[in-house]
Design a protein. Structure first.
Length: 150
């Protein structure tokens, strides 16, 4: 099952869910499977400069790891295709209009958006509004979101 590709269907079915934990991004120059197992990250990406892990704030604190920024994760429950066009852009545009930074991680079944803790509730309201049928139809037909003044 490859997931949904139609932008209107994706936005209508967005179903954002705010996870209860706080998350941080850390980078490790040296990487070991023992450390990985002890941290139980929910995400990992290998970069030239080091291995980036996404883990709970508590795990980072307990391990004495340095991080910048604390985030909440919003999981979009719609099963989106990795080849879908426009969903990330629509979500980013809506959050940008509210001044909310968004770090989007696409996984096989769902997209996960990490937003600063202070803006988590506003981000949820914004994404729920984006998934309303009126906004989804507008976004699909215009390919951009209205400005805050509209």
């Amino acid at each position: 099952m490859g997931g949904e590709t139609d932008l209107n269907s994706l936005l209508k079915g967005l179903s954002p869910e705010l996870l209860p934990e706080n998350y941080v991004f850390v980078t490790l120059a040296g990487f070991s499977s023992e450390l990985f197992d002890s941290l139980t990250p929910i995400g990992m990406f290998q970069e030239v400069e080091g291995t980036t892990l996404i883990l709970t704030e508590n795990a980072a604190l307990n391990a004495g790891l340095v991080y910048n920024g604390v985030f909440r994760c919003i999981t979009c429950k719609v099963h989106s295709s990795l080849e879908a066009v426009g969903m990330t852009a629509a979500m980013s545009a809506a959050l940008t209009a509210k001044g909310i930074s968004a770090n989007v991680v696409a996984a096989y079944y769902h997209d996960h958006i990490f937003v600063p803790v202070a803006y988590a509730e506003l981000a949820m309201v914004t994404l729920l509004a984006l998934s309303s049928p009126v906004m989804a139809n507008y976004t699909n037909s215009h390919r951009s979101l209205p400005s805050q003044s509209e």
